[in-house]
Design a protein around this ligand. Sequence first.
Ligand SMILES: Nc1nc2c(c(=O)[nH]1)N[C@H]1C(S)=C(S)[C@@H](COP(=O)(O)O)O[C@H]1N2
Ligand SMILES: [Mo]
Length: 249
Amino acid sequence: MPDIKRRTLLAGMAAMPAAACSELAETGPAGDIFDAAEDWHRSAHRTLASRQALAPEYAPDERSPDIRGNGTLKIETAEYREHKASGFADWQLSVSGLVDNPLTLSMADLRALPQRTQITRHDCVEGWSAIAEWSGPQLSALLDKAKVRKEANFIVFRCADVLYGRDYYESVDMVDAYHPQTIIAHELNGAPLPEKNGAPLRMRIERQLGYKHAKYLTAIEAVASFEDIYDGKGGFWEDIGDYQWYAGI
Ligand SMILES: Nc1nc2c(c(=O)[nH]1)N[C@H]1C(S)=C(S)[C@@H](COP(=O)(O)O)O[C@H]1N2
Ligand SMILES: [Mo]
């Protein structure tokens, strides 16, 4: 067996219990099973690599003249109106759940982190797109600071708005949570986020459709499952039954 093939095979087998290995070795033509294990390993790797790939980024002159808002465009609660009147000086973002080091971050804390600016295309499932520049810290930086525990499988985003009588929320898995283009945006085209686009903070999750990009962000939670959150489907639209939880693009 060529060395390279053997190494891949061993890497794939490492995940199998020893008993299963010897059982496999005793059954049938070993070559077939080895090839199958190797194919599985390679295709799992390819899937992960494709999910980690970057979304296209654009040049400044490719930006759309306007980014229309969708879903909630204005929040009428007294609390939000006060935040807006004070330029969101006291807005806070918490990071909690399955973390060793829960955080409460101010807008100044978020601006003090390394920032990522990206010009990307927003795709709404309702059939419109828009290209815009978004800036903010990477979600991965917050998750690293908070020390997410290994039992966490998903990151949940809580929002300040209520739509059709329900709190808007969303969630993603760890591949999207740690994706380099997943940022907590506080600027749109170089200016603070307008209210219709989620002021003062909104998610950009560039490998996912628009409804995953939670606006008016107040809290981030690491969870093992979203079974006990609202109707258990992992998001506002998912609970209503309109859209799928996985909205990868
Ligand atoms: N909190 C909150 N986040 C939300 C929504 C919403 O209604 N409330 N709408 C979603 C949908 S369907 C889309 S397409 C985008 C729209 O972002 P925009 O308003 O900046 O265009 O936000 C998403 N995030
Ligand atoms: Mo959307």
